[in-house]
Design a protein around this ligand. Structure first.
Ligand code: BV8
Ligand code: ZN
Length: 253
């Protein structure tokens, strides 16, 4: 690595050079500069009478399938149009600088993969992998490049090709368990790393928000990158208050 880490604390540069195992834990803020609304900002139009946490539940899908499906189709269209930003690229590049890097994301887009990261643990599923709400059969997305559905448009979910029940988004809703393989890989990586970056997440949603705590408890250095203050500020060894796409390229430089 060249010595061009402008404004990055020397102790962090040192920790990065010494690290054997690094975890990058990301949230919606990493995709913000790609034009994807963060989770707590993704409500406009019809959806603004809900809070995101109320819409992202099995109960909401049962009560208002067309509102919930419409919201996810709007978000899927946004994700399809977006491209990875400098933060996604820097994270993919970081894998070439450290012996072992695990990317763990709460995001339901695929921008880490499109930037070149591999083996990404998706704790909260994907916008691009719908499945049947009854028999769980994987379903294909209706249209590879839908027109941007209008903000607040109701869209009835399609019927399962196997049993006819409504198709649901392939994401993890509140009250649902995380995919076991992704969660155990994330937990193992957090407990075994020497350095964890928590980037662009409000650190409010559990069990995902446990990961930085587990890393701290295991003796790792924890670095947070976020323009805002989060509950993690008090515990992190280093808080870089800035935009992920500005800060990450300087960390990796
Ligand atoms: C579970 C997928 C076991 C869908 C999401 C108390 C009461 C009630 C419930 C609970 C409770 N305590 C714990 C719970 C359980 C609950 C929970 O944690 N609730 C909290 C909120 C109180 N958790 C669950 O239910 C989980 N499952 O526990 O299973 C179980 C089983 C049965 C019964 C009970 C329990 C499942 C949670 C999964 C929810 N699914 N997403 C979808 O996307 O629609 S969560 C949602 O939050 C997001 O999608 C994301 O995945 C997650 C975290 O959000 P963030 O990514 O952090 O985004 P956010 O908008 O919040 O913040 C953006 C941040 O970026 C901000 O800090 C901002 O400053 C920053 N930022 C902005 N721009 C930039 C930036 N940073 C850097 N650069 C920038 N440019
Ligand atoms: Zn089915």
């Amino acid at each position: 690595m060249k010595n061009t880490h402008h404004d990055i604390p020397p102790a962090l540069v040192q920790a990065l050079h010494a690290a054997q195992r690094v975890v990058v834990f990301t949230g919606a803020g990493v995709s913000a500069e790609s034009g994807i609304a963060t989770f707590r900002d993704a409500l406009t139009g019809l959806w603004s009478r809900f809070d995101a946490q109320a819409l992202a539940t099995p109960e909401a899908f049962r009560a208002h399938p067309d509102i919930v499906w419409g919201w996810y189709e709007w978000r899927r269209a946004q994700a399809l149009r977006a491209t990875p930003n400098a933060a996604h690229h820097a994270i993919a590049e970081l894998a070439r600088h450290v012996p072992e890097l695990t990317v763990v994301t709460q995001n339901v887009d695929d921008l880490h993969e499109r930037a070149g990261s591999t083996g990404v643990a998706h704790l909260h599923g994907s916008l691009h992998a719908p499945r049947c709400s009854a028999c769980a059969a994987p379903q294909t997305c209706a249209n590879e490049a839908p027109d941007e559905p209008g903000e607040g448009r109701r869209i009835p979910p399609p019927a399962c090709t196997v049993c006819g029940a409504p198709v649901r988004p392939g994401v993890v809703w509140f009250g649902e368990s995380l995919p076991g393989d992704a969660w155990s890989a994330a937990l193992r990586a957090a407990e075994q790393c020497d350095l964890l970056f928590s980037i662009g997440t409000s650190a409010l949603v559990y069990p995902a928000a446990e990961l930085p705590q587990r890393a701290l408890a295991a003796g790792a250095t924890v670095v947070q990158i976020n323009p805002a203050v989060t509950p993690l500020d008090k515990q992190a060894h280093c808080n870089l208050h800035g935009l992920a796409a500005d800060v990450m390229p300087r960390v990796v430089a």
